[in-house]
Ligand binder design. Structure first.
Ligand code: BGC
Length: 704
């Protein structure tokens, strides 16, 4: 066998047992934690992620390679990597093929920078749009989260990078993430907070990162029910579970609960775990089991043949990857409103671009997922490049609404860029937590569970959960002011998830949500405005009309109760009209849903076929969505569940057939009384349409 650089001839799947037998207890325990993180962090001038972190595995004496970790999800959080649109934007593409290709591109950049473990696959469910890290996940729906996360993980692993799916589980509040106890019934856990993780595991994802929070009274990093009963015993996961950084586990018994690696340093594993084994508190078998998993995954990724013969540094930020970032930005923008077909505007003679964010390449938060691309195109730069600088002017920002209105008055189009930045939402590093050198020096006697507080400045911007779901008051004022002088106004929203727009949306004709669109965001925005490509993104969450329509959310809570209800399911149950449904997004054409047919095979698979026709004059991509409503007689069920989606290109006049298959298992509910899944017999409504809005659905029924 020929080995390329970075691969290990010493370890192979066949040699795992022999390798394990040759290791001492010290060596095994050393493999069960990361090492050198704080030293590296300090050497890098406190830049999180600048160097690869050794995140478990590794034994020099026996030539066993280590995991070298780098963060995702919007690109590789090292060097000058390609910055893709944030995960939520990519969720809006509903394009699993694109997501897989993004995974492949990221993996090449991971390998080219000396890493083999990627933290890019974040699939926590968006229960509430206030969640500060909403931008790092794909949306509110379990099926959609699972499909998108599976695609990214498959793409990453094609280049022998182990993907880690995170944060397992129920991690949907940021500020309180280190302390919050998320409580829920087993049914809610199985049906709402875990199915997407199972989907990604079933797709072969090799590692899992546990969450910081507690689930039903126990920290996820040492939660036996999650890490062993469900993940290993029920789902048959054979890969590695590692903790989230620094405060991911609190006791050596985390190992017995199913945690294989503590990251990024041995705070509770290391010597404490060694002592627990030697004094009989933890069985040696626990260590062997963890190390066997670690060795197996390392063997799999290091002994496998690579699709490329080499991973040179020239792969980082290469043209093909930045073009992929452009494609993702084009496909992710969601056209929320476009009255009187204001857009597209092919050849405007005067465009005014305004708002504080118009001149900023706003690519996401400043936490662990931060990517530092070699360049990033702001909305103003992109629009100038597309229409010619002589036709485009900057009209001012929130500080001078009258001046902006004056500029906007006679323009063919005014593009007003509003939304949030890393100051308003993102990963949250509280003031009393230091992720830098002081903690490193204190390792050994640091008792983080007792609330250790090491005062020092962190290099991270604050972020955290949002304080408000609305735009800033000065942005709302600017919108109203400009809207009072022109009806040729496009409002561009940059945000990680839903923004409440009720207080201003009726005043403006066109609204496009671009999320944090990555390094090519400005260029993609201009292309969409010009109609070089039709918008095709769809909301991966529900935009409500009022804060009260969402579930209870408290960013400082010690305990919170999660139930079955959030997003489109909750609003539908409560018969509340949202501002925009999950799945909503306009294009520059119109697509008609012509027919839907459905049958159940002998094997119990539901087969659905739908015909759609592009009845307009532009080529578009339609995201066809399949929803299923169970009878709901045996237990309360969602009014309808997303069970399939397919993004397909449709040329004007074209009729396209789209086919879905839904396994019977995907329609079951969890019965707490018997602690098992149950299938409900009865009449199922099968619906297809362009969003979760029942009024747009073409339906048929089937007795199952
Ligand atoms: C985040 C993880 C991240 C890790 C390593 C943690 O603070 O929660 O998502 O992967 O840091 O950077």
């Amino acid at each position: 066998m020929d080995y390329t650089e970075g691969q290990s001839p010493e370890l192979s799947p066949a040699s795992v047992e022999a390798t394990l037998a040759a290791m001492t207890l010290e060596e095994k325990i050393a493999m069960m934690s990361g090492r050198g993180f704080f030293e590296t962090f300090r050497a890098d001038g406190n830049v999180w992620g600048a160097s690869p972190y050794r995140a478990g595995g590794g034994c020099e004496r026996l030539g066993i390679p280590a995991f070298y970790f780098t963060d995702g999800p919007r690109g590789v959080a090292r060097g000058e990597s390609t910055c893709f649109p944030v995960t939520m934007a990519r969720g809006a593409t509903f394009d699993v093929h694109l997501e897989r290709r993004i995974g492949e591109a990221m993996a090449m950049e991971v390998r080219a920078q000396g890493c083999n473990l990627s933290g890019a696959v974040c699939i926590n469910l968006l229960r509430h749009p206030g969640w500060g890290r909403a931008q790092e996940t794909y949306g509110e729906d379990m099926h959609h989260l699972g499909e998108m996360g599976a695609a990214l993980s498959v793409g990453l692993q094609r280049h022998n990078v182990a993907a880690t799916v995170k944060h397992f589980a129920a991690n949907s509040i940021e500020n309180a993430r280190f302390k919050i106890d998320v409580q829920m019934s087993e049914r809610v856990l199985r049906e709402v907070y875990l199915p997407h993780f199972k989907r990604v595991i079933d797709a072969g994802c090799l590692t899992v990162m546990s969450a910081y929070n507690k689930l039903n009274g126990e920290y996820c990093g040492q939660n036996r029910h999650l890490l062993t009963d469900i993940l290993r015993h029920e789902w048959g996961f054979e890969g590695v579970v590692h903790s989230d950084w620094v405060m991911g586990v609190y006791h050596p018994y985390g190992a017995a609960a199913g945690l294989d690696i503590e990251n990024p340093e041995p705070i509770h594993f290391g010597q404490k775990l060694f002592d627990a084994v030697t004094n009989g508190q933890i069985a040696p078998d626990v260590i062997d089991t963890a190390c066997r998993r670690i060795l197996r995954v390392l063997a799999q990724i290091t002994a496998a043949r690579d699709p490329l013969t080499d991973y040179p540094s020239t792969l980082v930020g290469r043209k093909a990857n930045t073009e992929l970032a452009y494609e993702a930005a084009l496909k992710s923008a969601v056209l929320l409103k476009n009255d009187a077909a204001l857009l597209p505007m092919n050849a405007p003679s005067r465009v005014v671009v305004a708002g504080r964010l118009a001149r900023v390449a706003n690519i996401g938060d400043g936490g662990s997922s931060r990517v530092r691309p070699p360049y990033a195109v702001s909305p103003l730069e992109g629009i100038e490049a597309r229409f010619g600088a002589e036709r485009v002017s900057f009209g001012g920002d929130e500080s001078c609404p009258d001046a902006v209105a004056e500029h906007a008055k006679d323009a063919d189009l005014t593009v007003l860029v509003v939304g949030y930045t890393a100051d308003d939402e993102g990963e949250y590093i509280p003031g009393d937590i230091n992720l830098g050198q002081e903690v490193a020096e204190a390792i050994g006697d640091l008792d983080v569970s007792a609330g250790a507080s090491v005062a020092a400045e962190t290099p991270m911007p604050r972020g955290g959960d949002r304080l408000s779901l609305r735009l800033l008051p000065e942005q709302v004022e600017l919108i109203h002011r400009v809207a009072s002088v022109t009806d040729r106004l496009l409002v561009v929203i940059q945000a990680g998830s839903a923004v409440l727009v009720r207080e201003w949306i009726d005043a403006v004709p066109a609204v496009l949500q671009t999320f944090y669109p990555g390094m090519e965001g400005g260029r993609a925005l201009a292309a969409l405005i010009a109609g070089d490509s039709s918008p095709s993104g769809r909301l991966p969450f529900t935009v409500a009309r009022s804060e009260a329509d969402y579930p209870f959310f408290d960013r400082d809570a010690d305990t919170i109760e999660y139930d079955l209800w959030h997003g489109y399911a909750k609003l539908c149950r409560d018969q509340i009209q949202p501002e925009f449904y999950f799945g909503h997004g306009l294009t520059y054409s119109s697509v008609a849903y012509r027919t839907v047919t459905c049958r159940s095979t002998n094997g119990g698979v539901l087969e659905v076929e739908v015909a759609i026709e592009n009845t307009g004059s532009a080529a578009v991509a339609e995201v066809v969505q399949l929803y299923v409503s169970p009878p709901g007689k045996c237990a309360p069920r969602w009014p309808h569940y997303l069970k399939g989606f397919e993004r397909c290109e449709v040329a004007p006049g074209d009729l396209v057939f789209v086919r879905f298959t839904v396994p019977r298992d995907a329609l079951m509910y969890w019965d707490d009384a018997v602690a098992d899944w149950r299938f409900e017999t009865g009449e199922y409504v099968v619906a297809v349409g362009p969003s979760a809005n029942p009024e747009q659905h073409l339906t048929t029924t089937l007795f199952l």
